[in-house]
Design a protein around this ligand. Structure first.
Ligand code: PEP
Ligand code: MG
Length: 317
């Protein structure tokens, strides 16, 4: 068997496609980190937290109420470690908990979740975490532990912000547990409300390292189309000119201010939109595992086109 294998012509190793714009990957389940890393992605542009909490079977707030913050921190450390280790030293942006009230209701201790007529516009993301800072604090403590173990590749990303005050308060809580946002840990926000996109200058003034577009939410809020409502699903489009206008606006302003831009919504896996974002000057794109290769090809093609265009322009001057 060995001989037969040796007779085979050596497989041509495919050279990796190099791009200036980074191509990252989204991770929702830590168990999938190995497969995600095997894509050769430049990091994790979105590490979702919700799955880690759901698989514990217990509502995060129950740990706190029962005086078991340590257990919650342990679960987070174990899960985030799997991803941070798989990608080290490439960056992993940990997104703090973003659970709509209707999703965690079935967990042990979740029976007290309030009924909301419109959960997507309700008590979720950073707005909820600032009302229940014990959970946010536990998340930050877990990240701090991992940082102390050498996993300094982990950054923090805050979901659903609509006012710079939310960023300020989140940074303050991070500082209270001993993290130093923008100094020893990357700290950024998701731009997924039109409000945040329209006043991005004010978030930059508050201080942040990066923004990442959550186009799943940004599309639903910009177009007033519930992303979970099949009656209006045909109108839902990340490529809508109003959504694109917001994205391009934010990229331009962030580039001028030296703030990194990225995308981690589903649109980051769509070649047509990725093309527009690379042309606008986005710094990284985070795609689903199965879309990383295609997105990287798209990025490389657009970059080549842009360089040629610039070179021709220079030579004709
Ligand atoms: C988004 O809104 O685009 C996003 C990435 O966050 P989620 O899908 O988890 O709301
Ligand atoms: Mg979102």
């Amino acid at each position: 068997k060995k001989e037969a294998a040796e007779e085979q012509p050596a497989m041509m190793a495919q050279a990796p496609i190099l791009t200036v714009t980074e191509v990252k990957v989204n991770v929702s389940m830590p168990e999938a980190a190995k497969k995600a890393a095997a894509t050769g992605a430049d990091g994790v542009g979105l590490l979702r937290t919700e799955h880690m909490m759901l698989t514990s079977g217990v509502h995060p707030k129950k740990f706190i109420n029962d005086g078991k913050e340590d257990e919650l921190i342990k679960i987070l450390v174990e899960n985030v470690l799997k991803v941070a280790d798989e990608f080290y030293p490439k960056p992993v942006w940990y997104r703090t908990l973003d659970a709509p009230t209707d999703e965690f209701i079935s967990l042990e201790g979740g029976e007290g979740e309030p009924y909301e007529h419109n959960p997507m516009l309700g008590w979720r993301g950073i707005r909820r975490e600032l009302d229940e800072p014990e959970i946010l604090r536990a998340e930050f403590k877990a990240i701090k532990k991992l940082h102390e173990q050498g996993y300094t590749n982990i950054g923090i990303m805050i979901p659903l912000v609509q006012h710079p005050d939310e960023l300020r308060r989140a940074k303050q809580i991070a500082e209270e547990v001993g993290l130093k946002p923008q100094k020893n840990i990357e700290f950024g926000i998701m731009v997924e409300t039109p409000g945040a996109a329209l006043i991005i200058e004010d978030f930059i003034a508050e201080g942040l390292d990066f923004v990442s577009f959550g186009t799943n939410d940004l599309t639903q809020y910009t177009l007033a189309i519930d992303r979970n409502n099949e009656n209006v699903a045909k109108l839902y489009s990340e490529g809508h000119p109003a959504v694109l206008k917001l994205l391009v606006r934010v990229i331009k302003i962030c580039n001028e201010a030296g703030v990194k831009t990225s995308i981690c919504g589903q649109a980051g896996s769509m070649p047509k939109i990725v093309e527009k974002l690379v042309e606008a000057g986005i710094e990284s794109v985070s795609a689903n595992t199965d879309a990383v290769a295609t997105v990287r090809e798209t990025v490389a093609r657009v970059e080549k086109k842009l360089v040629l265009k610039a070179a021709r322009k220079m030579m004709s001057e």
